[in-house]
Design a protein around this ligand. Structure first.
Ligand code: NAP
Length: 528
């Protein structure tokens, strides 16, 4: 069993006990009292005696990332007090044991955690350190360091897989988040979760509520399949919330995590090589987003992996399926998809109640020539629509139009300022204009003119016009409001976001996606 431990800095007895009671109510089964700043033994005695849960007592010195300026002998005195009052464990640093061998007597080995922390990065002699921790007279070995990159987590997992005694192996910082959540999968002695964001005792700690609700702590076991979103930055991604909710709803044994991978092809490649090869992780699927969609395609091609045709045409992969069928030689087979294109097409066809083949009857204005614009142009042109690309940087619109013109449908470019003259049936905004926090902007706003020519305020939207804004934050953009005022039909970005995620879920699990559940999660998170 892997304990879920909430660390609490002890400032006063009442504050510490109140925090500990809250931790117990939220599902912790162990408390770590950080008595770094306890001014006397009576505070320690009261806190341990009144703890609602079994507890660890820790008095961390400043040299190892703690706040205690006390000399070793006084820190040991505080720990002895905690132990004699009933603390289940005392944590003492390996370094302290080396400096002050008497510290070994503060608790019987069965109640001692011996620990090592490196806030600067991976310890140079990590495996030598682990073997020293294992040789110490303690029952639990703890090693914690700041992840230099997401790949450091794999070493933490290896330490857990090869453990000789109860072990805690965690990485700090944003890149280390997955070691905190997956500690349970690899049978760690415990993971730490903070009571709230402001109460973390080490960088990168997840809150107990997020760990249990967002990251499915209670469902994780040794066989749980691992999925994730590869991005940089990744902190604000909504994908973990919607995919984990879908796993919960369907009872699928998976967990989905944010995976911070630095923005270069080399980083992406190194991530894939390390993570896919580490069998005990059961990495089974990835969402790929900015800035790695092109890197994903390049990597899959370098491996001779199967990539769906439209993803090749678009030049970007946003979904990787990792088949871990035992019959596959080499253990894992990779496949690449782009679920954005189907999401764009299906959002439009379901709103218009037409089949994809009917798109050839429509003129579509695609606003923007970045990644999403490119996907929209490729998808619509593939089904024969006539596409006009409008982009702030005209050269990008020209290049995009030239690339896709004539493949199935006609694709031309036009000046961004001419958007309001457009007589298309469908308008798709694929720029970030109107996105939070600049919610007062719309691609229809007058563009600054170099000439004296006047600009029409709006295109001629009518009841038959469809306006699709791929921006999903806010759900109701200024562009959509402008369109609705004219009676035009509208589609918001949530529609596309949910559809691309639902398709990913289906590719990974083979189950129908609970799209309504996923939609509710997105809407509720955006409403916060
Ligand atoms: P991208 O590759 O960086 O492209 C950004 C596009 O926006 C470019 O065409 C850029 O024009 C244009 N742009 C940026 N600021 C502008 C401004 N102030 N005025 C006019 N044009 C401007 O980004 P992307 O990956 O395509 O994503 C674009 C947007 O799509 C995102 O912000 C997001 O809201 C939306 N999106 C939605 C979903 C979904 O599931 N709903 C999925 C992906 C993306 P230049 O070429 O002139 O720079």
């Amino acid at each position: 069993m892997t304990h879920l431990c909430v660390p609490i800095f002890v400032h006063t007895v009442e504050q510490a006990i109140s925090d500990a009671v809250q931790a117990a109510e939220r599902g912790a089964d162990l408390i770590e009292f950080r008595i770094d700043m306890a001014s006397n033994e009576s505070i320690v005695r009261d806190v341990v005696a009144r703890s609602p849960l079994p507890c660890i007592a820790t008095c961390r010195p400043e040299r190892e990332g703690g706040q205690s300026a006390y000399p070793d002998d006084y820190r040991t005195t505080l720990l002895v007090t905690a132990r004699s009052t009933g603390a289940a464990y005392c944590d003492v640093e390996l370094e302290t044991l080396r400096r002050w061998p008497d510290a070994v007597n503060l608790a019987p080995p069965s109640r001692l955690i011996v620990s090592a922390h490196d806030f600067a990065g991976r310890p140079a002699k990590l495996y030598g350190l682990v073997s020293d921790l294992n040789a110490a007279p303690a029952s639990v070995a703890k090693v914690v360091w700041t992840a230099r990159s997401i790949r450091d987590n794999i070493e933490a997992f290896e330490i857990l897989v090869n453990r000789q005694r109860s072990t805690i192996a965690l990485c700090m910082g944003e890149a280390g988040l997955i070691s905190r959540v997956l500690a349970k999968k690899f049978g760690a002695f415990l993971t730490f979760a903070s009571l709230s964001q402001s109460q973390e005792t080490a960088p990168g700690q997840v809150t107990i509520d997020d760990l249990k609700r967002l990251y499915r702590w209670d469902a994780i076991n040794a066989n749980t399949k691992v999925y994730g979103v590869v991005a940089s930055p990744v902190r604000h991604s909504m994908s973990p919330a919607i995919h984990n909710a879908a796993f919960d709803h369907t009872g699928f044994d998976g967990v989905y995590l944010p995976m911070l991978v630095e923005p270069s092809y080399e980083s992406f490649k190194a991530f894939m090589e390390t993570f896919v090869a580490f069998e005990p992780l059961h990495l089974s699927g990835l969402s790929v987003t900015i800035p790695h969609k092109e890197n994903a395609l390049r990597y899959l091609q370098s491996k001779g992996a199967e990539v769906e045709d439209l993803a090749l045409r678009i030049g970007a992969v946003n979904t990787i399926v990792i088949d871990r069928d035992a019959s596959v030689s080499g253990g894992a087979q990779l496949r690449g998809f782009n679920t954005d294109y189907a999401a764009i097409l299906d959002s439009i066809t379901s709103k218009l109640n037409i089949t994809r083949d009917r798109l050839k009857d429509y003129r579509v204005a695609v606003i923007g020539a970045g990644g999403t614009g490119r996907t929209a142009v490729a998808a619509l042109a593939h089904y024969g629509a006539t596409v006009v690309v409008y982009n702030r940087t005209k050269e990008r619109a020209d290049a995009l139009a030239a690339e896709f013109d004539g493949r199935s449908g006609k694709v031309v470019s036009a000046r961004f300022e001419k958007l309001c003259d457009s007589c298309c049936h469908i308008f798709i905004n694929t720029t970030s204009v109107g996105m939070h926090p600049k919610v007062d902007e719309s691609p229809l706003d007058p563009v600054e003119q170099t000439s004296a020519s006047s600009v029409e305020p709006r295109p001629a939207f009518g009841l038959d016009t469809l306006v699709f804004d791929t921006v999903y934050n806010p759900p109701q953009t200024k562009l959509l409001k402008q369109a609705a005022e004219t009676g035009a039909k509208t589609i918001g970005g949530i529609e596309m976001f949910v559809r691309q995620a639902a398709r990913q879920f289906e590719l990974w699990t083979g189950l129908p996606a609970p799209a309504d559940v996923m939609r509710r999660i997105v809407e509720s998170r955006l409403a916060r």
